[in-house]
Design a protein around this ligand. Structure first.
Ligand code: AMP
Length: 131
């Protein structure tokens, strides 16, 4: 499922909740993304810089800075995000072999986009501990 700004479909164009936020702009359809799942609360799309054969970002459509802010504000949306992540893993065929859901939160963890997103990673052996 590919999405480009202005394309008709099941995606609703909206005003970005936080206009300068990259992922709010993807939710609003202003920036293209390869969307793999879309529901009322969450959106899942392929990471531009994939670190594994499966590398999908799962976000809440509402803007929350990170997973801590999300669980404080809307635990049901965090549950929805996890549900979408598990569905993506199943869709991608990695639920059996193994996959990882990673939330980078804050500068020490390398969070580069301050809109909560879980990285669904799979399709290869994933080392532990992470770098
Ligand atoms: P993080 O470093 O944990 O904040 O993750 C942000 C992720 O967003 C990185 O893995 C980037 O490759 C990814 N990314 C940045 N811009 C885009 C975009 N326009 N479409 C898809 N993924 C993106």
């Amino acid at each position: 499922m590919s999405r480009t700004p202005g394309r008709a479909g099941r995606f609703t164009r909206t005003i970005p909740a936080v206009p300068e936020c990259l992922f709010c702009q993807i939710v609003a359809g202003e920036i293209p993304a390869t969307v793999v799942r879309d529901d009322d609360l969450t959106l899942a799309f392929r990471d531009l810089n994939a670190q594994a054969p499966t590398h999908v970002l799962v976000i809440t459509k509402a803007h929350h800075a990170d997973v801590g802010a999300l669980v404080a504000a809307d635990p049901d949306a965090l549950t929805a995000l996890h549900r979408t992540a598990a569905a993506v893993a199943a869709d991608e065929g990695v639920a059996g072999p193994g996959w990882r859901l990673v939330f980078n939160s804050g500068p020490d963890a390398g969070q580069s986009v301050p809109h909560v997103h879980g990285h669904v990673l799979g399709g290869r052996h994933l080392e532990w501990p992470p770098g």
